[in-house]
Design a protein around this ligand. Structure first.
Ligand code: HEM
Length: 287
């Protein structure tokens, strides 16, 4: 496929095209991200289950009494449960710190974040159409999406803003930073930030693990890859950008073979989503 043959907008596929695309895989997640994601999910499971068991004040408690008693039974005492909660929390922070230091260039630079989770006009339209579709008020197709759809981007933005707050307030409570009043505020903020993430997490886990259309996304968080047909149908702008990069690489190789360009020792571009994001030009809205 030449660069000009890569469609600007999703077009209907023939059954042969769809079959061929279903066989081809595109790399979506680096193995480091897959490992971090599942480490994070397990940490959240442990922290939420112990955190809920630690809140016994009648003003804030939301877990039923049988749950509090069960958790205290498992750990022997509330003090042990708190020690466990803190130990998991500190480990979680340490792992994220390593990730932030070594992965900053690839995953956390502002350009990367803007490219992957910044909302554009297609995303705003996607949110409108998605809502109307859920209400049965439209039959319009969803606008093309980038590597993440608008719903995923909003959840990621929520997580990226709340996680530092959860970490800082957790550290403040653990080490009693800045005095009692500060610790009291930290407690409220910690609770608030966790609540915000949990509200999005319910939808995230449903979409990721249960929603049938998103099954390939779930497996991509294990294998790191999605099939091209899924990418074409659900993340067209990302699919298109990957195809343009692949084509540019093939053209470069062809020119080298024909002796037009000096031999390049490095593979010019990795088409995975994270390694070279700035090279993946975001196609204009609608294409
Ligand atoms: C059993 C629990 C979980 C499941 C089944 C799950 C599933 C998934 C899947 C399938 C993706 C890939 C989406 C894609 O590539 O299109 C993903 C990405 C992601 N997950 Fe999770 N996840 C879980 C827990 C969590 C937790 C606890 C957090 C953070 C608090 C989290 C944060 C994220 C973020 C930030 C992304 C990238 C953007 C996004 O899809 O929203 N996940 N998850």
């Amino acid at each position: 496929m030449s660069a000009s043959a890569i469609p600007m907008v999703p077009t209907p596929l023939t059954s042969e095209q769809a079959e061929a695309m279903a066989q081809r895989q595109i790399k979506k997640h680096h193995v480091a991200i897959v490992l971090l994601h599942w480490f994070n999910a397990i940490s959240w499971l442990l922290e939420l289950s112990t955190g809920a068991g630690l809140i016994v004040s009648p003003y804030y408690r939301f877990a039923p009494v049988w749950y509090l008693q069960m958790m205290e039974g498992i750990f022997g005492s509330r003090a042990n449960m708190l020690r466990f909660h803190i130990a998991v929390g500190l480990t979680w922070i340490a792992v994220f710190l390593v990730y932030a230091i070594f992965g900053f260039r690839n995953y956390l630079r502002i350009e990367v974040l803007q490219h992957e989770i910044g909302l554009d006009s297609d995303d705003v339209q996607w949110l409108k159409v998605r809502t109307l579709l859920l209400l049965g008020r439209t039959k319009d197709p969803l606008p093309p999406q980038g590597v993440y759809n608008a719903g995923q981007k909003i959840f990621a933005l929520l997580v990226y803003t709340m996680i530092p707050l959860i970490m800082l307030t957790g550290l403040t409570m653990t080490f009693h930073w800045f005095g009692t009043a500060f610790v009291a505020w930290a407690m409220i903020l910690h609770f608030f930030a966790v609540g915000m993430v949990v509200s999005g997490l319910l939808i995230h886990v449903y979409m990721g693990a249960v929603f049938p259309e998103e099954k390939p996304a779930f497996y991509s968080m294990i294998t790191g890859v999605v099939d091209e047909l899924y990418a074409y149908r659900h993340h067209f702008k990302w699919w298109r950008a990957v195809k343009i990069q692949e084509q540019a690489w093939r053209d470069e190789l062809r020119r080298e073979e024909e002796g037009e360009a000096p031999y390049a020792e490095e593979k010019p571009a990795d088409v995975s989503r994270t390694d070279q994001p700035p090279l993946i030009s975001r196609p204009q809205s609608g294409g």
